[in-house]
Design a protein around this ligand. Structure first.
Ligand SMILES: Cc1cc2nc3c(=O)[nH]c(=O)nc-3n(C[C@H](O)[C@H](O)[C@H](O)COP(=O)(O)O)c2cc1C
Length: 420
């Protein structure tokens, strides 16, 4: 349609056959008095062009789908018939598809489709806002940086640590550049590269760092580096992606300023300790990193029922089923997501795999007591009616395949996601 409107493709309008002319000159008869129009149902009519009143030789041009009829304005006789040019017919189809004009069910569908434009605009804007990361003031360009901090984060908490680190280094007189790990970096040869990277799964990078290892061979400069991994010891591949980065940077011929650091469960103390170690190779008297990540936004869930079991080695364990308290709704989740639980004794959330699907109308966890474990023993001590503070951590890469047949192997651990 736009090609035709802009004259890049002919519309076919100019290809209409030659107009026949009425043979006799007579007084025109009003259209309503011509019998030929009574024989045509409105639904068959595509287009009707009226003759110019003062031109006695002009005719009615009637279009019914692919047929053009030229009609004498005095007698109502069909003088000749032609087929509509192909391009005109094609344009009709495009117009119908785009506007739904003349086809109400399709018009309703086209209308709904057009509503998707504002929908995707607004939701896209919200996603962009959420993914935007804070940039502290006083950062410099890559080419001018003494220290380049790159962040690999999925849910954003590592950015909080990185921003604090950047601010402290800037206050200590360093020229700092801060950005995400997916960017290719051309740094000064003597610049120090600091990598702060979270892990998701078996060495899997967070989406904000998915291209880092692939792009690393294209990096220039940054001869000295340090890596700080963010992870959770509850996962078997603890800080595995950060370890891969440490190895890849070493293999690229760069020099590690200190052994790779790791932060378990966003520990503020471990971060402070790493800062003390980093100060030395950076030539700083001190680097005080004092940052506690903000507590995640939680909702209340109420324990509805519990089923207690004893493991083969005597470990207390239970299936706990939570519902939304009265007049509240359950948070949205899918099988494979995790439930972050903030126990009252510790502001740091623990993640549990969900053992229920959304359709069950409740949140189910399988919990086994861990020796000295704050959260597992807190959960196992709950009575029905008691409430917990929790939030859903989405885990989109851990979904069952939609269509492929699936074989599930329960090898003795991690029963919850199988159940979900
Ligand atoms: C779905 C999921 C999978 C995770 N997998 C691992 C893992 O395999 N190894 C690990 O050390 N930490 C793992 N973690 C913990 C995160 O790496 C850790 O919470 C990190 O601080 C998150 O940082 P971010 O908020 O910047 O993405 C996982 C967390 C989630 C939610």
């Amino acid at each position: 349609m736009s090609l035709v409107s802009n004259g890049l493709v002919p519309s076919g309008v100019d290809d209409t056959p030659e107009y026949p002319e009425t043979l006799t000159q007579a007084d025109p008869v009003p259209a309503a008095e011509l019998a030929v129009f009574d024989t045509i149902a409105l639904s068959e009519l595509t287009e009707l062009s009226f003759p110019i009143w003062s031109d006695w030789w002009d005719v009615y041009v009637l279009r019914q789908g692919g047929t053009l009829s030229f009609i004498d304005r005095h007698s109502g006789d069909i003088l000749s018939q032609e087929s509509v040019p192909f391009l005109t017919r094609a344009l009709d189809l495009f117009t119908l598809l785009h506007t739904g004009q003349g086809a109400s069910p399709w018009g309703a569908i086209a209308g709904l489709i057009s509503l998707s434009v504002p929908f995707f605009t607004v939701t896209g804007f919200i996603i962009w806002l959420r993914r935007r990361h804070p940039k502290p003031r006083g950062m410099v360009s890559l080419a001018n940086a003494d220290v380049v901090i790159l962040v690999g984060s999925e849910t954003g908490t590592t950015w909080g640590f990185a921003v604090h680190l950047a601010q402290q280094l800037r206050d200590a007189g360093k020229a700092v550049h801060l950005s995400g790990m997916n960017k290719t970096c051309h740094m000064r040869e003597d610049a120090t590269l600091l990598l702060l990277a979270a892990t998701y799964g078996d060495g899997t990078p967070p989406s904000g760092a998915a291209q880092f290892l692939e792009r690393l061979p294209g990096y220039q400069g940054g001869q000295h580096f340090a890596v700080l991994g963010f992870g959770d010891k509850a996962f078997p591949a603890y800080c595995a992606f950060a370890i891969n980065c440490q190895n890849a940077l070493t293999a690229s011929g760069r020099t590690s300023l200190l052994p790779m650091g790791d932060i378990n469960r966003r520990s503020a103390q471990a971060f402070t300790a790493w800062g003390h170690k980093l100060a030395v190779p950076l030539g700083l008297n001190s680097l005080v990193l004092d940052y506690t990540p903000p507590r995640p936004k939680t909702r209340q869930l109420e324990l509805a029922e519990r089923e207690d079991f004893t493991g083969y080695d005597g470990t207390a364990s239970a299936i706990l089923r939570f519902r939304a308290p009265k007049k509240r709704r359950l948070p949205g989740f899918n099988a494979g997501d995790l439930l972050g639980i903030v126990p009252p004794q510790d502001p740091v959330a623990r993640l549990y795999s969900l053992a229920s699907s959304k359709r069950e109308g409740m949140v189910e966890l399988c919990v086994a007591s861990v020796k000295g474990g704050i959260c597992s023993n807190y959960l196992l001590g709950l009575e029905p009616g008691q409430q917990i503070d929790a939030y859903v951590e989405h885990n989109p890469d851990f979904r069952p395949a939609r269509r492929a047949p699936t074989i599930m192997i329960g090898a003795g651990t991690g029963i919850a996601p199988l159940q979900a």
